[in-house]
Design a protein around this ligand. Sequence first.
Ligand SMILES: Cc1cc2nc3c(=O)[nH]c(=O)nc-3n(C[C@H](O)[C@H](O)[C@H](O)COP(=O)(O)OP(=O)(O)OC[C@H]3O[C@@H](n4cnc5c(N)ncnc54)[C@H](O)[C@@H]3O)c2cc1C
Length: 437
Amino acid sequence: MPKAPQVEGLKLTPYWWESAPRPENAQADIPSTADVAIVGAGFAGLTAALTLARAGRGVVVFDAMRAGEGASSRNGGICSGNIKFSFSALIDKYGLGQAKAIVAEGVAARTALATMIEEENIGCGFQMVGRFDGANSRHDFDVMGRETDLLNKHLDLGTYMVTRDRQREELGSDFYQGGRVRPDIGGVHPAELHQGIYERALSAGVKVIDRTEVTGIARNLDGFTLETPRGSMAAGDCIVATNGYTDRVTAWLRRRVIPIPSQIIATCPLDPELMTRLMPKRRMVGDTRNLYNYYRPSPDGTRIVFGGRRGADTDDERRKCLHLYYNLVEIFPELEGVRLSHSWWGYTGYSFDMIPHLAVHDGIHYATAFCGSGVVWAPWLGRKAANMVLGKEEAAQTFFAQSPFQTRPLYNGKPWFLPAIIKWYALKDRFKYGRKH
Ligand SMILES: Cc1cc2nc3c(=O)[nH]c(=O)nc-3n(C[C@H](O)[C@H](O)[C@H](O)COP(=O)(O)OP(=O)(O)OC[C@H]3O[C@@H](n4cnc5c(N)ncnc54)[C@H](O)[C@@H]3O)c2cc1C
């Protein structure tokens, strides 16, 4: 067992909030009417709001917490726009044409994010550094190789395999059995990205009412009435963008979104030479385990930000991150005993079919279920939800508006099955790859 990390002074808030703390506003009054009401001030809600305001609509966004305090300022900042299925699994599920369209939509969504960051001049450390996915076994490496060949046969993404003997060009570790590079994936400082979208939305005239939970949404002849503990508001249209933080207000959505917690640690700044050795190309990194880890250098290249499942063995917040530290040290033994600066967590939102959804139910528009890849998908589908409200044809041009948004019997928003699934995955990983902390 490696020695314990140094945790004196460990902060239980996101590292990202050091340079982009959540906005502290005087609680705004609630107007009596708006053209469009949006619930949720994360990437999806605010991108929708910005789009609508620029099209001349009066928009009010409500958030139960401070703006962006949900997943949008807590995530790893990896801009992948991936789907949880491999390309071959997508082909099996949807056929080759649809599979290609889904991956191509991910490329378009990533490009749209890059374009927005550039055009809106949002300083958020966005860099197209590429992503390295390490294979946790020789078998996984072979499977990855076949997937890469298939992907390259149908889509020109420039993906390539890296054998174990060349792995140190990608990552200062011998832990993996080689891996794959996706040069078209990048990274961003998520809280600075959120702050940029938030500020552009305010400048466009959006009213953001934070720390105000929407407690009821009623449909009537003219549109909707939204109830909050501080008063009600009428709106012609309503978009719900609450993803992993969805509560009982939208019972229909709650039966369809599975909130899954994810946790991240950040190390203290490391010696620059060590950082260059460990992450020579500053790639975003993932792996092939069921309970996988995702990690990256901070945008300023000084420390490692390392994420994975949320600890479940203890209620002590300061110990819930220890498994992540042990996983980090398994990959980079040089980091044994490293000082951790931050540990935090948040909810991702999954769907039962593991794809994002853009849906309309009972007149309410939903952009949601980004399945852990919302840095790219949430702005993309948030914008499309806005375009749906605006009646633009572009909105329908997405795979994610077409497939039915399923629920399961006995599911009401509380994922009682999650601990059993996580235990099962942990067992599978242990059996396949050996001990994992
Ligand atoms: C730890 C972690 C790591 C992640 N890493 C990555 C990554 O590296 N790459 C990636 O692409 N994605 C990642 N994700 C996922 C990504 O962050 C999310 O998919 C994305 O931020 C979702 O954005 P959103 O706007 O839909 O929802 P959120 O940002 O979660 O916002 C939803 C908001 O709705 C509000 N809300 C809920 N109910 C109500 C109500 N009744 N009234 C008012 N407000 C309400 C909440 O307060 C919340 O602020 C990660 C997520 C987490 C938690």
